[in-house]
Design a protein around this ligand. Structure first.
Ligand SMILES: C[S@@+](CC[C@H](N)C(=O)[O-])C[C@H]1O[C@@H](n2cnc3c(N)ncnc32)[C@H](O)[C@@H]1O
Length: 462
């Protein structure tokens, strides 16, 4: 029998938790807002520390609101849909402060007020959905008999089941209409969803991506190739939605549960779509990264550019450069920019994007950053400023070591994970870099995710 305790939620910390106290013991409390009095069950107990999950709210925070989504909170995509937006922003700001102080061990740097997102919904330009034979029943669809064809999001903790959904508030209305139409078309073909347990079936994932100008790319990930059926669904969809400019079929016959595969077939349209950031155009392939909230991307890059403090003479290194977005955004302010990136298609897109935008002072190279760091490839040349924007795991310690050894004067660290950001900042601090300031940017309303830009300067070079 799980122990139940009554306590008040303290300040927000990373991972959607609040740091609280019970009987003089520190408690990491889940599913509560700061200030809420809750009864919670104890998940883990160690000496001087507990983990607990709120079961019932005894005194509600004034920031709780009604959720406007029937899949919330079961779907798991949104974690803060029943919290007013101002408070969501406050929580994220506090989480960043906590990570910088506790994980980064830095107490004297300036943390600027978060840049809020002007829209709290319909902001995502890319969404990934999963097919499954197994439905996870939500409160609303209990009793329905649609087991067999389900498309939606993975049920948290049930890897073989999905929560069948008809729309997602985080993506645009156009994406929702295209999603539903394609879902129905695929269902009517009789094609079977993939069964993760038996490794049987056909339909695995669906990724929808939309540009600012409403060019849409569909990537349907299947276990094998059935081109007649896929083509018929694609043709029907394009007739209804001419905005669909690219329909790709990625074949993933393997056991890995990912939306990537061995082969990609162009079913209809072009292999790429074109998106924009400000005046710049970007060609995007199906497997390349692009910031998911276009209304905030320019602000994020604007902060990176401001922190870089370029005068036009600098040689800039852009690590984890994707399709060259940051490189091209800052190119006019620098003498030259070199970008490094893992995904070959992204590097090809980046080179093409430089051409598309008439930029001729950027070069892009493909490679795994850890290997490039180990082989001494990243700092073959001299650079004045480094901009780094790694994935959620942060930078490999070999990459951090290479940066420290290079002695580069200024680092602008763009991060989508405050905890790995703070971990890397701690290493860089030990290596002689001072974290001068941090700018939180909210790119992901309704979720705990937040973007952070940090400026680090080599001590003695300020
Ligand atoms: C957060 S994205 C940033 C991309 C780009 N700066 C932007 O704003 O669009 C991280 C990028 O790192 C790349 N990446 C992930 N692991 C990598 C690795 N081991 N080596 C090099 N690049 C990697 C991903 O493909 C992705 O393009």
């Amino acid at each position: 029998m799980k122990q139940l305790i009554e306590l008040t939620a303290g300040r927000p910390i990373f991972g959607g938790k609040c740091l609280s106290e019970y009987d003089g013991i520190k408690v990491m409390l889940e599913r509560a807002l700061p200030g809420e009095k809750v009864s919670a069950y104890v998940k883990k107990k160690k000496s001087g520390f507990m983990e607990a999950v709120a079961k019932e709210i005894i005194e509600k925070s004034p920031h709780r609101i009604e959720s406007d989504c029937r899949y919330y909170p079961v779907c798991g995509g949104c974690k803060l849909r029943d919290v007013d937006y101002g408070h969501q922003a406050y929580i994220k700001e506090e989480v960043i402060k906590d990570c910088v102080r506790r994980i980064g061990k830095i107490s004297d740097c300036e943390i600027l007020p978060i840049i809020k997102c002007p829209v709290a919904d319909n902001y995502r330009n890319k969404t990934e959905f999963t097919f499954s034979k197994m439905r996870f029943h939500t409160e609303h669809d209990r009793g329905t008999d649609e087991e067999g064809f389900n498309l939606g999001f993975h049920a948290p903790k049930f890897y073989s089941k999905v929560i069948d959904i008809d729309h997602c508030n985080l993506q645009s209305d156009l994406m929702n209409r295209i999603y539903y139409s394609l879902k129905m078309r695929l269902k009517n073909t009789g094609l079977e969803p993939y069964d993760v347990v038996r490794h049987e079936g056909f339909l695995r994932y669906l990724v929808i991506r939309k540009s600012n100008a409403d060019e849409v790319m569909i990537n349907l990930i299947t276990k094998s190739k059935k081109l007649n059926e896929t083509r018929s669904a694609a043709d029907g969809l394009i007739k209804e939605f001419p905005q669909v400019r690219s329909f790709i079929n990625t074949i993933n016959p393997g056991l890995a549960t990912t939306a990537f595969g061995e082969e990609t077939v162009l079913v209809a349209g072009e292999r790429t779509i074109t998106d924009t950031i400000g005046e710049l155009k970007f060609e995007l392939s199906h497997d390349t990264f692009f910031q998911t909230n276009p209304s905030q991307t320019e602000k994020l890059y604007g902060v990176a550019l401001e922190f870089a403090g370029l005068t036009g003479t600098e040689s800039v290194l852009d690590l984890y450069c994707g399709v060259g977005t940051i490189s091209l955004y800052i190119a006019a302010g620098a003498a030259r920019v070199t970008g490094f990136e893992l995904v070959e298609n992204a590097v090809a897109n980046a080179r093409r994007n430089a051409e598309l935008n008439g930029v001729n002072n950027c070069v892009f190279r493909a490679g795994d950053m850890m290997k490039l760091a180990k082989d001494g490839e990243i700092f073959r040349e001299h650079y004045d400023v480094l901009i780094t924007d790694p994935p959620r795991d942060g930078m490999h310690h070999k990459v951090v070591e290479a940066i420290i050894s290079s002695g580069i004067k200024k680092i602008v660290y763009v991060s989508c994970n405050p905890s790995t950001f703070a971990r890397d900042v701690d290493l860089l601090n030990q290596g002689g870099y001072t974290l001068v300031k941090v700018q939180p940017v909210d790119m992901f309303p309704q979720t705990f995710h937040v973007e952070t830009v940090g400026l680090l300067v080599k001590r003695g070079q300020e």
